[in-house]
Design a protein around this ligand. Structure first.
Ligand SMILES: Nc1ncnc2c1ncn2[C@@H]1O[C@H](COP(=O)(O)OP(=O)(O)OP(=O)(O)O)[C@@H](O)[C@H]1O
Length: 287
């Protein structure tokens, strides 16, 4: 087994020119709709012509597979144990969406050592050039893993709902992201479970007023997702809502955000995701 310094040296050598986007999707509180959004976003990004890979980084409570209605054979545990390589654990769903499954119920995945995080990153480097966008579905809450994924990404989208506890928790994670925010990172807010856009905009304004006061920075408004009963039906019946009901309110809202991601201006970056992740891994302190 290589030591950490050797892994870092190997990685630095293999860095490639950077021209794809990494988008982390995160939340302060669990159950606010992060994974449903990630999967439906992947679907719309694909429809817009992008090749997309989802990394299920909700490492110990994974459920991208459930929302996609799939039962992948292998997952990150097989990669970490050396039983399988990265190409062998990528699973293609029936909608053509490719994802890297995590595994539910394994505490060791929730608290990955730095060596293990680097092992995953090294493996991802082997395949990232085949994709335009990698979506990272992080776990909820403030852990070093989550913050590291968020800060190294090109975009981090924080999902909240109007529920006061979700708002308090999304404020907490947004504050950490903005306090540590590197220049390359775009930090955005998405408000889920709303009745209309006005409700989401009001929440965004309120959150930004407090964030501005304490960090001097704000979260970009990325959009809203309306309440849609069909979404829970889609999880129960194992289909992607956007695929079956593209004109449902939720699908239209996700499509709107996907278009913004694809058609919005992408800043040219000097340093890539892998370098940023490694640098953060060495420096980050989460209180
Ligand atoms: N806009 C919406 N309208 C109706 N139901 C929704 C909406 N967004 C999410 N849900 C429902 O809320 C539940 C939680 O969603 P989801 O699993 O995507 O959340 P999560 O944040 O990923 O949760 P976890 O923290 O457990 O990973 C699901 O039953 C989903 O169908």
């Amino acid at each position: 087994m290589k030591d950490q310094a050797q892994m870092l040296r190997d990685m630095a050598k293999s860095i490639r020119p950077f021209d794809f986007q990494v988008i982390s999707i995160t939340s302060g509180k669990g159950g606010v709709g992060k994974t449903s959004f990630t999967v439906n976003l992947a679907y719309h990004l694909q429809k817009l012509g992008k090749t997309v890979l989802i990394l299920d980084a909700d490492l110990a409570l994974a459920n991208v597979d459930i929302i996609l209605g799939e039962r992948p054979k292998y997952n990150l545990l097989h990669l970490l144990s050396g039983e399988k390589n990265i190409n062998e654990i990528i699973w293609e769903s029936k909608y053509g969406i490719k994802f890297i499954p995590a595994s539910s119920g394994f505490e060791e995945l929730a608290n990955l050592s730095k060596e293990k995080q680097i092992q995953i990153l090294n493996a991802l480097q082997e395949i990232y050039y085949s994709f335009d966008i990698m979506l990272i579905d992080t776990s909820a809450g403030i852990s070093e893993n989550v913050i590291n994924f968020c800060l190294a990404s090109d975009k981090t989208l924080v999902i909240t709902t109007p529920d006061p506890t979700a708002l308090a928790d999304s404020y907490a994670i947004s504050r950490i992201i903005l306090t540590n925010k590197p220049e390359h990172l775009e930090a955005g807010l998405i408000v889920n479970f709303v009745n209309d856009e006005q409700e989401a905009e009001k929440i965004h304004r309120g959150m930004n007023n407090i964030l501005r006061e304490f960090t001097g920075k704000t979260m970009k408004y990325y959009g809203s997702l309306r309440k849609d009963k069909k979404l829970s039906d889609s999880v129960k019946d194992r289909y992607i809502l956007s695929a079956k009901y593209p004109k449902s309110p939720y699908s239209l809202d996700v499509e709107h955000i996907a278009r913004y991601i694809v058609e919005g201006k992408v800043l040219k970056k000097k340093e890539n995701f892998w370098n940023r992740f490694l640098r953060n891994l060495k420096n980050l302190k989460v209180e």
